[in-house]
Write a protein that binds this ligand. Structure first.
Ligand SMILES: NC(=O)C1=CN([C@@H]2O[C@H](COP(=O)(O)OP(=O)(O)OC[C@H]3O[C@@H](n4cnc5c(N)ncnc54)[C@H](OP(=O)(O)O)[C@@H]3O)[C@@H](O)[C@H]2O)C=CC1
Ligand SMILES: O=C(O)CCC(=O)C(=O)O
Ligand SMILES: [Mg+2]
Length: 421
């Protein structure tokens, strides 16, 4: 039998026994990682369902491979296939710094409107970590994926466009505090009510579904008041309006404290939490980045803007053992479109060496299998990975920090996971 499409009906995925799943191999270390990952996915699915289910992989092109074969970095056909087949997975794609093409990763998220970048951060026993108690870190980042300064609306210093924007700011908006107006590039930071609400909704839904104690809105709203500050406010408003019976917010706390005093607010919060409500709170981004090191147990689901989410993702990944095992998903919960991908990039200095840790893409694939409802296959991947780590048979990134470990290549680590399923 040949493969069929995954479809969505009333917000629920229909997954056939042989779904067609598009994949992008990726640039740099992408091909090494993909080879190891596909081996693991196929073995897990075959073992979990005794051959009754199978993924039919469909390669689509993006990045250097696409450019070399088609002259385009992100061919329309690739976008069409992701649109048609709903659920896909990708390796990392290179983005040059300072000039050249804009990020293909960001373009995919924007074009398919994959508004939630969901990156779970958990500790796997035995992974070498720079902190004393990495097991206290158990968070899921919901990073807004389509807005913010990350949208790439920028004008280069010295161009007519930049001069035009600066002229407008100066003459029509009365802006007089650009320090070096002649030589400034300008970037624009759009943050909307809709963009904020759908992201925060996704985070709260996740917290409800997975019994999480809190959702923290992370922002720099003291400085960027109408963008990051409004993200916080709109987030609280959405939480109270749509999930009033399921959450207690710090905005509520502040109102009660202002009207009835701090004691009453403490009591209201204690009662709400005792009744199983989710605490929706917020943290200013700089303080948050120190608290994930000093008080990680206080945070669970994190909802934040695009750039903050990018920084937080790598910082949290480091705490639980590094970017080699940091998975993620880009999801539109309304259309059902989803592309799973690692948090890390192409690690170009290791390209073609069969060296890096394929764990991030492998765990991204496990998230994809969970998303498809194939939990048994995902669980086999977790088991294989955990056992490989407990045997200290790992790639260079872990091996260099572990005592008595055996160094495996990227491909060997994939096989090790399969052998331990
Ligand atoms: N979603 C995407 O496709 C992303 C793409 N990128 C792009 O990737 C390119 C390279 O970016 P860069 O900033 O160097 O970040 P990378 O994440 O590619 O690499 C930074 C460092 O992280 C470690 N690392 C990365 N991947 C792995 C892995 N699989 N296993 C073990 N360690 C790993 C390595 O550390 P060490 O040196 O200590 O061994 C590496 O030098 C850029 O063009 C960037 O734009 C970046 C992020 C996401
Ligand atoms: O698109 C890129 O090149 C980088 C993106 C990135 O770092 C991320 O999404 O985490
Ligand atoms: Mg990043």
């Amino acid at each position: 039998m040949s493969g069929q499409k995954i479809t969505i009906e009333n917000g629920k995925l229909n997954v056939p026994n042989i779904p067609v799943v598009p994949f992008i191999e990726g640039d740099g270390t992408g091909p090494d990682i993909w080879a190891a990952s596909q081996l693991v996915f196929d073995a897990a699915v075959a073992k979990a369902y005794n051959g009754e289910r199978k993924i039919e992989w469909k390669e689509v092109l993006a990045g250097e491979k696409a450019f070399n074969q088609t002259g385009e970095w992100l061919p329309q056909e690739t976008l069409d296939v992701f649109k048609e087949y709903l659920v896909g997975i990708k390796g990392p794609l290179t983005t040059p710094v300072g000039g050249g093409i804009r990020s293909l990763n960001v373009a995919l998220r924007q074009i398919l409107d994959l508004y939630a970048c969901v990156r779970p951060v958990r500790y796997f026993t035995g992974v070498p970590s720079p902190v004393k108690k990495p097991e206290l870190t158990d968070m899921v980042i919901f990073r807004e994926n389509t807005e913010d300064i990350y949208a790439g609306i920028e004008y280069l210093a010295g161009t007519e466009e930049a001069d035009k924007v600066k002229k407008f700011l100066k003459e029509e908006m009365g802006v007089n505090k650009i320090r070096f107006p002649e030589s400034s590039s300008i970037g624009i930071k759009p943050v909307s009510v809709e963009g904020t609400e759908r992201l925060v909704r996704g985070a709260i839904e996740y917290a409800i579904l997975h019994n999480k104690p809190s959702v923290t809105l992370v922002h720099k709203g003291n400085i960027m008041k109408f963008t990051e500050g409004k993200f916080k406010e709109w987030g609280y408003e959405l939480a109270e309006r749509e999930y009033g019976d399921k959450v207690f917010t710090w905005a509520q706390y502040d109102r009660i404290a202002a009207e009835q005093g701090k004691e009453a607010a403490d009591k209201a919060q204690d009662e709400a939490l005792a009744a199983g409500k989710i605490l929706v709170k917020d943290s200013i981004a700089d303080a948050f980045l120190q608290q994930i090191l000093t008080r990680p147990a206080e945070y669970s689901v994190i909802a934040t803007l695009n750039l903050n989410g990018d920084y937080i993702s790598d910082a949290l990944a480091a705490i639980v053992g590094g970017i080699g095992i940091a998975p993620g998903a880009n999801i539109n919960y309304v259309t059902g479109h989803a592309i799973f991908e690692a948090t890390h990039g192409t690690a170009p200095k290791y390209a073609g060496l069969d060296k890096v840790n394929p764990g991030s893409v492998i765990l991204s694939g496990a998230l994809m299998l969970e998303h498809m409802g194939w939990q048994e296959a995902a669980d086999l991947i977790y088991k294989g990975l955990e056992t490989a780590i407990s045997k200290k048979r790992v790639t260079y990134d872990f091996e260099r920090l572990m005592e008595g470990a055996t160094l495996l290549k990227c491909s060997e680590f994939g096989q090790e996971i399969v052998d331990n399923m």
